[in-house]
Design a binder for this molecule. Structure first.
Ligand SMILES: C[S@@+](CC[C@H](N)C(=O)[O-])C[C@H]1O[C@@H](n2cnc3c(N)ncnc32)[C@H](O)[C@@H]1O
Length: 328
């Protein structure tokens, strides 16, 4: 039995999961979340991308990996499939999410002897044994964590020397641009003689207000599910304070690093207009009518942002952050 296994076995268990923290349901229905992001039902590409990216940067694979906020396993499954780590500890505060991910691991027929599941709130990552993990992984989870600085510092402690804290998260500047442009949609539709309905106007306002809420640093977000948009300079400062060096890959997603068949172009980095459109459609659940209004009015204004920067220097929309703990 490994030291990590012995530690997990010493914890209380609930529904078959080791409880590092008390369990907490997600703010939205977990099965519904799985259905919403089911465009790639196999869920293998993001995790394959994580492993490929880390192999490409000579990362350490000698110790276990832990994923915080694994959700429905979008990043987990490719990491488990790779068998690159001696053990993968998949965690989430929600046992419903852990159940979904576990059934996908089983559905793929992966070697479960190398996989553990645990209930963990990121805020309690300081409970993990120190110097233990080669990888602390998060995909779209850090923006749910209340005290990001404390989390990064504690993640650094949980990493073994040479290990990496890796996360993919939204960036404030791109989201501010989306919010700023969105607020003009009702006026543009009105001016074109096709005004939005009251429900549509509410949705547009909801989008703009969400960007404002996530950007604010001066309000209590304890009870909010989604909390933050990130500034790269702030995260670099937090990483440095935790003794980690940070490498940022702007507008890249984990899946863009996965191996692609010869001849198939590798996607990414993302550019403003399609990212904005997808965000409205899939993350803000805009319906057909509102998306038609988006397509009628927004591209002309978005083109300014795409055009002034060219493909190489787009505003930061999101990105992959790799924070390394020095080997010694
Ligand atoms: C947006 S989902 C992302 C899920 C998955 N990583 C993915 O990429 O699809 C956010 C996840 O973070 C988890 N979460 C929310 N608050 C958390 C916290 N304070 N600590 C750890 N995980 C949290 C949720 O239960 C959920 O699984």
């Amino acid at each position: 039995m490994t030291a990590l296994d012995a530690w997990l076995a010493s914890l209380p268990a609930s529904e078959g999961y080791s409880c590092i923290s008390a369990a907490r349901r997600y703010a939205f229905d977990e099965a519904g979340y799985d259905a919403q992001y089911a465009s790639d039902p196999a869920n293998l590409t993001p995790g394959r991308g994580v492993v490929a990216l880390l192999k490409d940067t000579s990362a350490d694979f000698s110790a276990p990996a832990i994923e915080i906020g694994c959700g429905t396993g979008l990043a987990s499954l490719g990491v488990v499939e790779s068998a690159a780590y001696p053990l993968v500890l998949l965690t989430d505060p929600s046992t419903a999410f852990l159940g979904i991910t576990r059934s996908k691991v089983r559905g793929h027929g992966f070697d479960e002897s190398r996989v553990r599941y645990a209930v963990l709130m990121a805020e309690e990552i300081d409970r993990l044994p120190p110097d233990t993990f080669s990888l602390v992984l998060l995909r779209s989870t850090l923006h749910h964590v209340l005290d990001v600085a404390a989390f990064i510092s504690a993640a650094g402690r949980a990493l073994k020397p040479g290990g990496a804290l890796v996360f993919q998260e939204p960036c404030q500047e791109g989201y501010i641009l989306m919010g700023a442009l969105t607020q003009f949609l009702p006026a543009l539709a009105r001016a074109a003689g096709r005004p939005l309905g009251p429900e549509q106007v509410k949705r547009v306002e909801g989008f703009a207000n969400a960007m404002k809420y996530y950007s604010r640093r001066d309000i209590d977000k304890t009870k909010a599910e989604d909390k933050w948009l990130f500034r790269v300079d702030e995260l670099a400062a937090r990483a440095a304070a935790a003794g980690l060096s940070m490498d940022f890959r702007p507008n890249m997603a984990f899946e863009y690093y996965a191996p692609y068949p010869p001849g198939q172009p590798r996607p990414g980095p993302d550019t403003f207009t399609p990212f904005f459109r997808n965000y409205a459609k899939y993350c803000m659940s805009w319906g057909e009518g509102l998306m038609r209004a988006f397509d009628d009015h927004m591209p002309a204004y978005c083109a300014y942002i795409d055009g002034i920067t060219g493909p190489g220097a787009q505003p930061y929309l999101h990105g992959v952050f790799i924070c390394r703990k020095p080997a010694h």
